[in-house]
Design a protein around this ligand. Sequence first.
Ligand code: AMP
Length: 113
Amino acid sequence: MDCLFCKIVAGDIPSTKVYEDEKILAFKDIAPQAKVHVVIIPKEHILSCANDITPENCEIVGYIFSKIPEIAKLCGTEDGYRIVNNCGAKGAQSVFHIHFHLLGGEQLSGNMN
Ligand code: AMP
């Protein structure tokens, strides 16, 4: 499958990892939009975007969210951060392997669009 994030999981494209376990990977975004900007993905390409989440496959999404506090702490932004999922082309999604952006490390603005 020609998927950028699958290539990062496989190690074919380098990344700066901040957290990894058997199910998920978190790495620094190559074009950071905040002092801390990490992308969190399931290792398995089971979903392309939030529109694909169903009761049958949502376990990994819950797992990612259960790990977010730990990842935020590893990044030194446990005192505040934002989680973003861009869904679909109109939502400015550019990589179609489901992922969540963790943004923080500074005072974020209230403007979310
Ligand atoms: P999205 O636009 O929501 O699909 O998010 C994709 C993110 O992946 C963007 O914020 C990109 O900057 C980021 N990105 C693209 N290529 C890489 C890469 N090789 N390493 C790390 N992040 C990347």
